[in-house]
Design a protein around this ligand. Sequence first.
Ligand SMILES: *Cc1c(COP(=O)(O)O)cnc(C)c1O
Length: 388
Amino acid sequence: MQFMEDYLREVKQQHLYRQLAAFEPVDATHSISEGRKYLILASNNYLGLTHAPAVQQAAADAVLTHGSGSGGARLITGNHLYYTLLEKELAAFKGTQAAIVFGTGYMANVGTISALAGRQDVIFSDELNHASIIDGCRLTGAKIVVYRHADAIHLAECLRGTPCTGRRLIITDGVFSMDGDIAPLPAIVELAEHYDAMVIVDDAHATGVIGPGGRGTAAHFGLEGRVHVQIGTLSKALGSEGGFAVGSQLLINYLINRARSFIFTTALSPATVAAARAGLNELISRPKLVEQLHSNSDFVRSRLAGVGFTIDKGETPIIPLQVGSAATALTIAQELKQEGLIISAIRPPTVPAGASRLRIALSAAHNQAELAEAIEKIAAAARRLAII
Ligand SMILES: *Cc1c(COP(=O)(O)O)cnc(C)c1O
């Protein structure tokens, strides 16, 4: 199988070869790998809810009461009661008529987008949208127009310049996963209303993170009711697994009948959905969690700026540190691992060549003394490599 060997050799030469490492979580911010304990600055466990006692208990109770798996697709026998409850709770939380839960956020994007557009339509997609959005767009067969990142002026030019006989869809991440910046949703919504386009916002990194009570990007900008579809995941801030879409009852009925990644897959286990419900309940009933996340993010941004990094003013727990080449990003990530820190090195093709970076992701569960110590180690490594 020469083609596989050729591919992997090429990838290794470019410092882009990927391997799996085993991590055994011991709490929301630490894992053991090969006998050593690490501080994790690379997970999406934004509120630490994977280890909230109420969430763990909900999952354990559900396993003992209803078994370990759902045993069927949602439209056959897999639609256990936790689903109905969670979907009601998600819709209420987001202030929409209805919600639908998918197996993952990836499947929510792929299924929703491919159900909403077809060959005669045009999709306008931010150039830094998540891979699951890109894959969903490709499945539609629609014309895909990629606009410059977070650039509403370019989006306007694209809308004006692209003839369309069918429907128009505008799709964007709410909070972008690599840089943690927020989409210019007010301008996008204005343009969508002018061009009669549907707006889909992927709030994977926004739910539980931005907006009042962590209700996401539309709420952050006061645009509830003007975004047609909000996508989210149960696997990041909510501490479980699964994805969702919220919107009108009509939209949800349509997706139940049309979204192939909803129809042709086994339902999530009772424990997974019960844990997601408990996670959502924690988010709603403990507003201090979101405050703590922001306090940790502000703390780390100001400390990193203090040691000489160029830090964009940001409002999210994702903090990119530009380091340049893929090789440098890997070296610094490896050195930090030696010192007990797990921080992702983000390299091409995820980001353009020469724009490799370390990506720090914070949790409400981090404690600031430990974060301060981590920043000292990051600064020392960056000085050794002449990054700061
Ligand atoms: C993580 C992520 C997803 C996928 O969600 P999963 O539940 O992990 O499949 C979708 N969109 C964005 C922007 C993400 O960051």
